[in-house]
Design a protein around this ligand. Structure first.
Ligand code: FES
Length: 103
């Protein structure tokens, strides 16, 4: 079962910016990547670094610990050492608020 959760106002997530939020036990990351908003898990699948401390590059979000880069649309790592994808979530914008479909 899924639920649409209000994350933040669209004004908090300018182009190239990240926004962290928690919902129950989930640690989530919103990213404005090239003008599109993506939602993923925030904790790296390799060794649990917090991706909100990472850097956005042309390819996605770069983990601050061992530098794996994750594609924000698919969650797939683009390079080692991470092997497992990040979970990704649907996003919608209504009345200038960003909602994430948490499953
Ligand atoms: S903790 Fe992210 S690549 Fe190792």
């Amino acid at each position: 079962m899924s639920e649409w959760v209000k994350a933040c106002g669209i004004q908090k997530l300018g182009k190239g910016e990240l926004f962290s939020f928690d919902y129950h036990d989930k640690k989530l990351l919103l990213t404005n990547f090239k003008g599109t908003i993506y939602a993923t898990d925030r904790i790296c699948t390799h060794a649990e670094a917090d991706l909100s401390n990472g850097i956005l590059t042309e390819e996605g979000i770069t983990c601050p610990l061992h530098l794996s880069i994750f594609n924000l649309e698919t969650g797939m790592p683009q390079n080692a050492p991470a092997e497992k994808p990040l979970r990704t979530y649907n996003v919608k914008i209504e009345q200038n608020e960003i909602y994430v479909e948490v499953v």
